[in-house]
Design a protein around this ligand. Structure first.
Ligand SMILES: C[S@@+](CC[C@H](N)C(=O)[O-])C[C@H]1O[C@@H](n2cnc3c(N)ncnc32)[C@H](O)[C@@H]1O
Length: 214
């Protein structure tokens, strides 16, 4: 969903290059230099307003985190959270995560989160879904062999599509939840902005964790 453009967002981003990268391809292969500690890197594509990635970085100081978001206003809102939290293990990217191989070198990433990705329900837009095979190929290229992809959504159609797409690609499912909030694992779950909105309406949240085989 497109947020209304906020005029303060771009100046705020430009004033905080220590936290936000606007030319991510320049850091390809050397993202670890942007963090105070060299440790495994987890990324979220389409972080929106950043609630998930900021909270993950806060709870888990033993990983580095990058939140990627194409919308300037959403990135600005996430940046406000990071300016308050000042987490040394969190960086934000204001840019298009459509081609991750331009942003990250092979094996540079230890894990990927997709949360409530745009569903693109029309058949003619299938190739835009972030779990379409061309995206899976990119994830496989940038992720380490033992890396995991985690995907949450409220959208049943996108979830069904993603299960099939990943299975056809040869991925292995580590766990699948058809109602995450009714499961034991909800205790450790970090909610996103969209997740809160949809779960409050009583909609089930679907989740999967999967890995590549080669
Ligand atoms: C439906 S929202 C979900 C936001 C957040 N993950 C949440 O769960 O609250 C999807 C977000 O993905 C972003 N997005 C979509 N395609 C993207 C891309 N290619 N690169 C970066 N961000 C993208 C959108 O701008 C939007 O903010």
């Amino acid at each position: 969903m497109r947020l209304k453009n906020k005029p303060w967002a771009l100046p705020l981003i430009e004033a905080n290059p220590q936290y936000v990268v606007t030319e991510p391809e320049k850091w390809r292969g050397k993202w670890s230099e942007r963090f105070s500690q060299k440790q495994p890197l987890l990324i979220e594509i389409g972080m929106g307003k950043g609630r998930f990635i900021v909270e993950m970085a806060r709870r888990d100081p033993e990983h580095n985190y990058i939140g990627i978001e194409v919308q300037t206003t959403a990135t600005g809102i996430a940046l406000k959270k990071q300016l308050e939290a000042q987490l040394p293990n969190l960086q934000l990217v204001c840019g298009d995560g459509n081609d991750l191989t331009e942003m990250f070198a092979s094996n540079e990433v230890a894990g990927i989160f997709l949360n409530f990705s745009d569903p693109w329900p029309k058949k003619r837009h299938t190739k835009r879904r972030l779990t379409y095979r061309t995206f899976l190929k990119q994830y496989q290229q940038v992720m380490q062999k033992d890396g995991q992809l985690e995907f949450k959504t409220d959208n049943r159609g996108l979830f069904e599509y993603s299960l099939t797409s990943m299975n056809n690609y040869g991925m292995v499912f580590d766990q699948v939840w058809l109602d995450l909030h009714a499961s034991e694992e909800v205790a450790d779950n970090v909610m996103t902005e969209y997740e809160e909105k949809f779960s409050q309406k009583g909609q089930p949240i679907y989740k999967l964790a999967a890995h590549f085989t080669d």
